[in-house]
Write a protein that binds this ligand. Structure first.
Ligand code: SAM
Length: 293
């Protein structure tokens, strides 16, 4: 593989144009990555596509929007797992899921897994709702799971995972909702499959949603620039019903104007809630201090 101007420094131009393209089109801000790491990971794609250096890759990426999926994979942006951050799922299972099912009054509980990667988060959610909802959980809960990457979504829909890894991560109580197959794979049973639908969608350009009860958007915003994070968080606040819940990833937090639109439910597990319906009529709370859980 040729470095366009003969050495690592010759990549600076193409690297910068790749960074800019990803910020503009996808909101992805790669400035947190060290240039050496970024260059190494991008060269994996350059080689896989048999391109003639980083400049050729920058042009390829511009012309082929579908290259974003393999690129995110090469940058390890699609890492996920069943019941990832177990304590967060325990909190959901013990406190939030029963409350949402209890107050749903005949209307299905509406859940959005935003940035679902290969689906494990959505299937984990479906399993805890199915465990609490009694008969026909597919009538009581609708989970929409979205991601930018078509390849990840295809795997999410197929939902066959290595059985060993799945069984290691899924807690005993939820394991009954997963089936193991003779070929060493495992996946959600038909009940869970009826509860979840997958859609390709960018968080920068999402379908309008209203009246949601729960949004999980974990380990996605960390890849976004601050402006995009703020815009996405405000959209989440708009999309949630009163007393609707938002769950972020362990290292993510509310920022900007979004801080005044949520109250903290669990700082440790990054769980937030929109104000109750009667509070909507009140003037918004003054912005809190700089630190926010
Ligand atoms: C680390 S994974 C998070 C998976 C899961 N939420 C979890 O925490 O395990 C990040 C996902 O965000 C997706 N993503 C990145 N930018 C996105 C965007 N603009 N719109 C939608 N999804 C995006 C990536 O394709 C990737 O699948």
């Amino acid at each position: 593989v040729r470095n366009d101007a003969g050495g690592a420094d010759g990549d600076a131009g193409p690297l910068e144009s790749i960074r800019r393209l990803l910020v503009e089109r996808q909101g992805l801000d790669l400035s947190r990555y060290k240039a050496t790491y970024l260059r190494r990971r991008l060269l994996v794609r350059v080689r896989a596509l048999r391109l003639d250096g980083m400049g050729a890759y920058a042009r390829h990426l511009k012309r082929h929007p579908d290259e974003i999926g393999p690129l995110l994979k090469a940058l390890s942006i699609q890492v996920t797992g069943f019941f990832r951050n177990r304590s967060c799922f325990e909190f959901l299972e013990e406190r939030i899921v029963p409350e949402l099912l209890g107050r749903s009054a005949g209307k299905p509980v509406a859940v959005w897994s935003a940035g679902c990667a290969t689906g494990q988060e959505a299937w984990s959610l479906a399993a805890i709702f199915a465990g609490a909802a009694g008969a026909r959980p597919e009538r009581r809960v609708r989970i929409t799971a979205t991601d930018l990457d078509a390849g990840a979504l295809e795997r999410a829909r197929r939902a066959t995972y290595p059985a060993k890894a799945l069984l290691a991560d899924v807690p005993a109580g939820a394991a009954r909702h997963f089936e193991t197959h003779p070929d060493g794979t495992a996946g959600p049973d038909l009940t869970l499959r009826r509860m979840v639908s997958f859609q390709r969608e960018s968080l920068l350009d999402p379908a309008p949603r209203r009246d949601l009860d729960l949004i999980l958007c974990r380990n996605v915003l960390i890849y976004f620039g601050l402006d995009q994070q703020e815009a996405v968080l405000s959209r989440f606040a708009d999309a949630l019903a009163p007393s609707g819940y938002l769950v972020l990833g362990r290292v993510e937090r509310l920022l900007g104007a979004a801080r005044s639109r949520f109250e903290v439910v669990s700082a440790r597990d990054r769980i937030y809630r929109t104000p109750p319906a009667d509070a909507a009529a009140r003037p918004p709370a003054p912005p809190r201090g700089a630190a926010c859980a």
